[in-house]
Write a protein that binds this ligand. Structure first.
Ligand code: F3S
Length: 294
């Protein structure tokens, strides 16, 4: 008899679950095309399903007409986007994760006081670009301790991208202290990422084979794969049910399952059911509710 161990923290985080619920509610409420500014989450299964229901992804505000219904995803956006929404008379479905919205408030208040904002994170990540948009794009953005620029400001108001590793944040704070900077530090890293990484590591240490479920484009899922591989060499990336390495699974008795913050519950259930030789009802697999069901 096989034992399947699911990592304690796996699958949708709170912010992603809320964003999908809001998109679903909008689909039910508005009888017209809905735009999502950027893909709602990094998972093709979910975005394809939403697209079939009329949610179209746009990359620029120019792509949505006046009076449109537009969803802001959990990464959030800068202040300018809200101004454009008003100018174009959009109905906004704001799915900015509350943890990200809190950073926007902090940054806006610091900027109003004339403080220099420093964001620890990836300058190309939409969340970081959105945060920067609350201080007139004047933030210093630092991705790692080797790339800290020379800075005139003596006092820095520091925030972190929600999904960066704690160790990276702490390393950069240490470097800034060595430069004798006066720091206002805001601990804005979200625990969802850390929790998923910790429980993936714990699970990988106990099993013969590990499955990491999610989209290959999802950076948090890729990170889980790297962590798992470190502790269980027999780790497989499963993007959809076809990727399930059944022959390998058959050889093992203790199998671990971890999933990124953007991996839908229906994939997790489908994979577990396949290994347990159970079958899910077709209508459960097809229901969007199954994406959120925990
Ligand atoms: Fe929000 Fe944390 Fe998820 S910031 S979107 S709950 S990873």
């Amino acid at each position: 008899m096989k034992e399947i161990i699911r990592a304690d923290h796996s699958g949708f985080c709170f912010g992603v679950r809320e964003a999908i619920a809001k998109a679903e509610a909008a689909v039910r409420e508005y009888d017209k095309r809905i735009y999502s500014y950027g893909p709602l989450i990094h998972n093709k299964q979910v975005t394809d399903r939403l697209e079939k229901k009329g949610v179209r992804v746009i990359e620029s505000p120019d792509e949505a007409e006046c009076g449109a219904v537009v969803i802001i995803r959990s990464h959030g956006v800068g202040k300018r986007f809200y101004e454009i929404a008003e100018e174009k008379n959009w109905t906004l479905i704001d799915a900015t994760c509350p943890f990200v919205a809190r950073i926007h408030d902090l940054v806006r208040a610091a900027d109003e006081k004339g403080e220099q904002v420093l964001i620890v994170g990836d300058a190309n990540h939409p969340e970081v670009q959105g945060i920067n948009g609350w201080c007139g794009n004047s933030a210093i953005i630092v991705g790692n301790s080797q790339t800290i620029p020379d800075m005139e400001a003596e006092h820095l108001f520091v925030v972190a991208q929600t999904t960066i590793p704690k160790r990276l944040f702490e390393g950069i704070l240490e470097e800034l202290k060595k430069q004798r900077k006066e720091l206002s530090v805001n601990h804005t890293i979200c625990s969802a990422t850390e929790n998923r990484q910790q429980s993936c590591m714990k699970t990988a240490q106990q099993v013969e084979l590990m499955l990491v479920l999610g989209d290959r484009k999802s950076s948090n899922t890729k990170k889980l794969y790297d962590i798992s591989k470190k502790y269980c060499n027999n780790t497989y990336f499963v993007e959809n049910i076809e990727d399930l390495p059944l022959k390998e699974v058959e050889k093992c008795n203790r199998i671990g399952v971890a999933a990124g913050a953007s991996t839908p519950e229906c994939l997790i259930k489908e994979v577990i059911a396949n290994m347990s030789e159970n079958t899910l009802e077709n209508n459960e697999m097809n229901s969007m509710d199954a994406l959120m069901d925990e």
